[in-house]
Write a protein that binds this ligand. Structure first.
Ligand code: NI
Length: 136
C-alpha cells in the first residue's frame, strides 16, 4: 500500500547570531556577514513537520494532527519561540544556530516522539527565500 503524508505547520520567532568561536572576528564577518551582527537579529521561522506512513484503518489517520501539534509545541515552539537561540536555548550552547542546524535538531527532538514505523521530514523556512530540509 502506498504511504500517505500529513504536514503540520508551526511558526516561531527567534533571535540568533551566527558566530564561530574558533575563528577571528574578520573571518566570522566574512563568512556570516550581517548574520554575525553581535547584537543579534530575528527571524520569523516557518516549520513544516511531515509524517509519512500507512493510514491506520481504525482511525483513518497517519497520525492524529492534535497529537502532532502538541509534540511540536512542547519540543519546539515552547522552547524556541520568542527566545534568543544562542543565549536561551541549551540546544545551541555548542552549536551554531544556522537554519541547517535548527532543522536537524528539530528532527532529532521530534523523532523519538513519533512512531518508528513512520518517516519524519522537517522543512524550515528561515526567510521566504531560505529553506532547509532535513533529512534531505
Ligand atoms: Ni539570521
Amino acid at each position: 500500500m502506498s504511504k500517505t503524508a500529513i504536514t503540520r505547520r508551526a511558526t516561531f520567532n527567534s533571535a540568533h547570531r551566527l558566530h564561530n568561536n574558533q575563528w577571528s572576528d574578520e573571518k566570522n564577518e566574512l563568512v556570516y556577514g550581517k548574520c554575525n551582527n553581535p547584537n543579534f537579529h530575528g527571524h520569523n521561522y516557518v516549520l513544516e513537520v511531515k509524517v509519512i506512513g500507512e493510514i491506520d484503518p481504525e482511525t483513518g489517520y497517519v497520525i492524529d494532527a492534535k497529537i502532532l501539534k502538541d509534540i511540536i509545541k512542547s519540543q519546539v515552539t515552547d522552547r524556541y519561540d520568542h527566545k534568543n537561540l544562542n543565549l536561551d536555548v541549551s540546544d545551541f550552547k555548542n552549536l551554531i544556530p544556522t537554519a541547517e542546524n535548527i532543522a536537524k535538531l528539530i528532527y532529532e527532538n521530534l523523532r523519538s516522539s513519533i512512531d518508528q514505523d513512520k518517516d519524519l521530514k522537517i522543512k524550515l523556512y528561515e526567510t521566504e527565500n531560505n529553506i532547509v530540509e532535513y533529512p534531505a
